[in-house]
Design a binder for this molecule. Sequence first.
Ligand SMILES: Cc1cc2nc3c(=O)[nH]c(=O)nc-3n(C[C@H](O)[C@H](O)[C@H](O)COP(=O)(O)OP(=O)(O)OC[C@H]3O[C@@H](n4cnc5c(N)ncnc54)[C@H](O)[C@@H]3O)c2cc1C
Length: 499
Amino acid sequence: MNYDVIVIGGGPVGMMLAEELALADVKVCVLEKLEDTSPYSRALSIHPRTLEMLDLRGLKSELLKIGKPLPTGHFAGLETRLDFTVIDSSSNYSLFIAQSETEKVLEQRAKELGADIRRGMEVLSVTQSSDSVEVIASGASGQITLTAAYAVGADGAGSMVRKQANIAFNGTDATLTAVQGDVILKNPPQTSVVSSFNEKGMIMIVPVTKEMHRVVFIDPERNAIPKDEPVTLEELRSGMIRMLGDDYGISDPYWMTRFGNATRQAERYREGRLFLAGDAAHIHFPAGGQGMNVGLQEAMNLGWKLAAEVKGWAPEVLLDSYHAERFPVNTALLRNTRVQTLLFGTDFSPTTIHLRKMISDLLQSPDANYRLACQIAAVDVHYNEQENVSSHLLNGSRLAEIKLLSQNGDVFSSYELFRDGKYILLNLASDKVTEDIVSHLQHQHFKFVSATLAEQAKGWENVHTVLIRPDGYIAWAISATEADLINRMEQGIKQISRG
Ligand SMILES: Cc1cc2nc3c(=O)[nH]c(=O)nc-3n(C[C@H](O)[C@H](O)[C@H](O)COP(=O)(O)OP(=O)(O)OC[C@H]3O[C@@H](n4cnc5c(N)ncnc54)[C@H](O)[C@@H]3O)c2cc1C
């Protein structure tokens, strides 16, 4: 076989997955039809949970050099912004950064780790047998056939892999389209962000770079135009004048496009040796800036699981847990983007204006604001508890960064432990019990760390030992008061290995 895994599509999700697989020493190749990163950035924001996950791999610091942190996000463009600063996270902000820059950072890291990135290669077909997949691709030097143990379709909304795997894409077609233009505004608005909703439509203006602004609107008079009909500068200008009474000296369009609210999800994320991730698995109206974020989170969920399978130690159920864990998360995402579309794209009557005002007022309540902020930030994602482990508050939740004290007295971040993508078995009791158990176990696909909490952390009171997955979710935690502590720990550790 040529590779362990072939990733089809080298957008943000494909590149992130390649990085994760290469990190685990999996022989991985990305086949991407574009010769270069697309200069047209759809996504402009990376939200808190994605930032945390990138931080686990030491990638957040690279992105921070380029992007700009913003303390708030939005829901349906409501006047009251979502406050990310109150989230218990070392990434309690959104990073404003062009998708093209994010993609370049991910591609660079994947390459450094040894992923084979093959650009200018369009995949024509993917077929599978009981023990391999065959991929046929075409590029400047002709057609090639490659084989691998697994293939992942990270090939976007129109996914060829999804179609060839006969996976249904259930949902609804677009009922409206929005207009977007990255343009120069000679007389830009006074406020850095403009967000307006009135009977004439919904419009947002945000700076993309020092020179360029993004104008996005839904114009009730022009929201039935098909997605592929080109946008003109005049259309942008007249929409701005109608909705805001000013065109801010718009000129020099860099990129103009139309996008719709088709909302669909793949019926299953796996078919035998084929997997789907990112837009190949789900599409929705880009409300609240979530699509790329969930795709990157998926790549982190799938990467270590595929690697464990390739390396021969994954428990039987591990690969199927990818769909089981991510499908419900994205079902909730599709619900949230449908609600946002209803609130800012469907009806521009006085009733909707009142409804928006009411919800916006409710969002001034810290509890309400916090709940929605956590949803958009994706810090509310919680996976089911592993079977046969003692119940613990931390089980299935994300690891928020905590500070630890090493045995020689150094303070370090829990996130630093995840740079090489392994399970972390963290013993906080310093009682040597865990160390003894670990030394007797044969399958050690984890890093053992003995430390203490350098500062108090919510939910961590009295934790004896915790096992944290490579993607930063807590597999299980055992309390120091657990009656059957040693047995529980042994069982918990054995469960992450095959056999
Ligand atoms: C207007 C707009 C604004 C958005 N804003 C945000 C935001 O702020 N935040 C956010 O998180 N998300 C946002 N999104 C969504 C985000 O852009 C997507 O969710 C994200 O690009 C999905 O990444 P992906 O890698 O799954 O797919 P894509 O980015 O579509 O990448 C797929 C790749 O596969 C390649 N490919 C396709 N077919 C083949 C083939 N047969 N062979 C080889 N290569 C192939 C393509 O060339 C492409 O490079 C926005 C979307 C839109 C439309």
